[in-house]
Design a protein around this ligand. Structure first.
Ligand SMILES: [Zn+2]
Ligand SMILES: [Zn+2]
Length: 273
């Protein structure tokens, strides 16, 4: 199993960090989790083009996790020699977002249909919505969803991907909760989006302070990792973007609660299990 943090940024623009997106390759299957800013560029850097994706999993419908879904859909459609619907799984609301995203592309779709004689089908997605339980199963791989807690953003889910006797838990944006504990139980790798309350509180903006009540801090992530007995904790989507040279501080905060391996991910960081 191969896990790549394609994009490790947040809504705050950062030239070094694309939006949230994680690639998991296992059992001959390629899965993309979330479709943040620049996801198609980072996929290409990882050697993947959208027609190679077997499934897109969405943790929630916040813009920083779905803003380039349209690029994945368009590029998959226009690069594929055959009709290739994109399987998309996400929390309730996903079907509507996917439908409206495809609808937004109608001018582009018509231009290309009119121009290319061999392109005779529209881009389509097979969308399923999940809240709890098995989200998808194929030979040698099982994806389990569980509800997370990112309220007032609701419903949201995280995923647990089991394949090749390995487990990776992909939390998305959430505070510690029972569903997250289930996803992480005994995982080899647990990927958690995090914020730094000490740094966020120093920014005199009420809107910025609001993010503290629905994200895990580094020590929250460390506590979840310790409770679940995971091997490696991967911190991603750090808010605010870490100043160069301060990466160790993020790891140190999580390490107050968890004594396993801890990594602050950068774009295209990867681990092979
Ligand atoms: Zn979010
Ligand atoms: Zn986010």
């Amino acid at each position: 199993m191969d896990v790549v943090t394609l994009g490790t940024g947040s809504p705050i623009p950062d030239p070094n960090r694309g939006g949230s997106a994680i690639l998991v390759r296992a059992a001959g299957v390629t899965v993309l989790v979330d479709c943040g800013r620049a996801v198609v560029m980072r996929l290409a850097e990882a050697g993947v083009i959208p027609p190679m994706l077997d499934r897109v999993l969405l943790t929630h419908l916040h813009s920083d996790h779905i803003t380039d879904l349209n690029d994945v859909i368009t590029t998959r459609w226009v690069m594929s020699p055959v009709e290739l619907p994109l399987p998309v799984t996400g929390p309730p609301g996903t079907a509507g977002v996917v439908e409206r995203t495809v609808a937004m592309l109608d001018h582009d779709v018509q231009y290309r249909l009119d121009h290319h004689a061999d392109l005779t089908w529209q881009p389509t997605c097979d969308t399923t919505e999940v809240t709890d339980g098995v989200a998808w199963e194929a030979e040698g791989i099982r994806v389990v969803a569980a509800p997370t807690d990112h309220k007032p953003v609701h419903p949201t889910v995280g995923y647990r991907i089991e394949a090749e006797d390995k487990v990776v838990a992909l939390a998305g944006d959430t505070i510690p909760c029972e569903g997250l504990d289930r996803l992480c139980a005994g995982a080899d790798v647990y990927v958690q989006t995090v914020v730094r309350p000490d740094l966020v509180r120093a920014v005199p903006s009420p809107r910025f302070q609001d993010i503290l009540d629905y994200h895990s801090s580094c020590d929250d992530a460390g506590r979840t990792a310790a409770r679940a007995g995971v091997k490696t904790l991967v911190l991603t989507h750090p808010v605010p973007p870490p100043a160069p040279g301060t990466e160790d501080e993020w790891v140190a905060q999580a390490a107050t609660e968890f004594d396993g391996e801890i990594v602050l991910a950068h774009d295209l960081w990867s681990i092979t299990l």
